[in-house]
Design a protein. Structure first.
Length: 79
């Protein structure tokens, strides 16, 4: 299963890019990607278009709690 962070990274987008497109804060994107919160249902189709995937894939990713190791791998790739 893919995580929201993984789908975003595959799409070549930053958290700031996604936040701007969804009219939310970058902190909100971070919360979703850590699994500490979920986007509103109205944002799912927009995320699917941004990430070049299906709404079902976004919903599945929202249910996937990222492991701490995958979160730190994503941070290291950016840093």
């Amino acid at each position: 299963m893919s995580t929201l962070a993984g789908l975003r990274a595959r799409a070549g987008l930053t958290q700031a890019d996604v936040a701007k497109a969804l009219d939310v804060t970058q902190a909100a994107i971070s919360v979703w990607e850590r699994g500490d919160g979920k986007p509103k249902l109205a944002k799912i189709p927009i995320l699917a278009r941004l990430y070049g995937t299906t709404e079902q894939a976004i919903l599945a990713a929202c249910m996937e709690k990222p492991s701490k190791s995958s979160y730190y791998v994503m941070k290291r790739k950016r840093g």
